[in-house]
Write a protein that binds this ligand. Structure first.
Ligand code: PBG
Length: 332
């Protein structure tokens, strides 16, 4: 689409860039704390904040500290917090039973946040990788990640999270049929208002490395996730994944990682007009932080610019480890 345009000098496009006031008037996109979902890592213990070496500035928090973080997030205007448990080898088994233990770390953190900060939305992750001895998101039989048996386990995991009181369930496992199965189980159990934010287009990415350190999965993972996560070469397939998940009952969809996949974000939003989120993943965070710590880029500006890119691409919001820093900057 070519807009009618006066020739130079009638048209001088620099006129609308000449001062902060004029630039603010013509800004096409905005970023606000309401656009942010903050992923946090939960570990056992009390009063613990343990740094994650590959993610400078990010810590694993014990439940009491997660509650403090949720209070802070709420005060900053961040609408949602997303919980990821760090699990040691003692909780990793072939049957992954810890995933639906009502007393597991994720469920305990959910109840603690709900009673202390009832107004913040809590999102949780559905996938078996924190609980499997293989580090995979599903059960492994003869070297294969088996789909349907995994979905049965994911349903149990999702129900236990709903029981604990989460607002939003985020299936990140990329098994086929899990959205429909989880949706019908939630309806059957009376959890009619629990939202599903499907990790619909999740790619087999090198950018998850620091996250796997953060949740203790790096050592466990054997092989790669290419038989269930998407090939970075594909776009049409992402649209089919999104269409499928929406038709099975997803309320919102996610593209992951974020920055290398902005084309996917844009196409998903344009084609489906559904609430669309991007996950600025651990490796994206680590790259910006590492360059900033070396003095190679201005970290704060790179952070804001990277997030505005998601808004420009059409995303309704972004999961980002920068959430509290960004909200603080936006709140002045
Ligand atoms: C696991 C899961 C992963 C992330 C979120 N949920 C890692 C993976 O698929 O191996 C990655 C998040 C990040 O890198 O920040 N189901």
């Amino acid at each position: 689409m070519t807009m009618p345009q006066a020739p130079f000098p009638a048209a001088r496009l620099r006129r609308t860039r000449r001062s902060p006031a004029i630039r603010a008037m013509v800004a096409e996109n905005t970023l606000s704390p309401g656009d942010l979902i903050w992923p946090v890592f939960v570990r056992d213990g009390e009063g613990v904040e343990e740094p994650v070496p590959s993610m400078p500035g990010v810590v694993r928090r014990s439940v009491d500290k997660v509650v403090e973080a949720a209070k802070e997030a709420h005060a900053l205007g961040i609408p949602a917090i997303c919980l990821f448990p760090y699990t040691g080898n003692e909780n990793r088994t072939a049957d992954c039973a810890e995933a639906w233990n009502p007393e597991n770390l994720s469920n305990r953190a959910t109840r603690a946040i709900k009673s202390a900060v009832p107004d913040i939305a809590i999102m949780t992750d559905v996938a078996l990788d924190p609980y499997s001895d293989t580090g995979h998101d599903g059960f492994v039989v003869d070297g294969e990640i088996i789909n349907d048996e995994t979905v049965e386990a994911l349903v149990k995991q999702a129900l236990s999270q709903a029981e604990a009181g989460v607002d939003i369930i985020g299936p990140s496992d990329m098994m086929d049929g899990r959205i429909g199965a989880i949706r019908s189980a939630l309806e059957g159990a009376g959890h009619r208002d629990v939202l599903l934010l499907s990790y619909a287009a999740k790619y087999a990415s090198a950018f998850y490395g620091p996250f796997r350190d953060a949740v203790g999965a790096s050592g466990a993972l054997k092989g790669d996730k290419k038989t269930y996560q998407m090939d970075p070469a594909n776009t049409d397939e992402a649209l089919r994944c999104v269409a499928r998940d929406l038709s099975e009952g997803a309320d919102m969809v996610m593209v992951k990682p974020g920055m290398p996949y902005l084309d996917i974000c844009q196409r998903v939003k344009q084609e489906f007009a559904a609430p669309t989120f991007a996950y600025q993943v651990s490796g994206e965070y680590a790259m910006i932080m590492a360059a900033a710590q070396n003095g190679w880029i201005d970290g704060d500006r790179a952070m804001m610019e990277s997030l505005m890119g998601f808004k420009r691409a059409g995303c309704d919001g972004v999961l980002t480890y920068f959430a509290p820093q960004v909200a603080r900057a936006l709140n002045g």
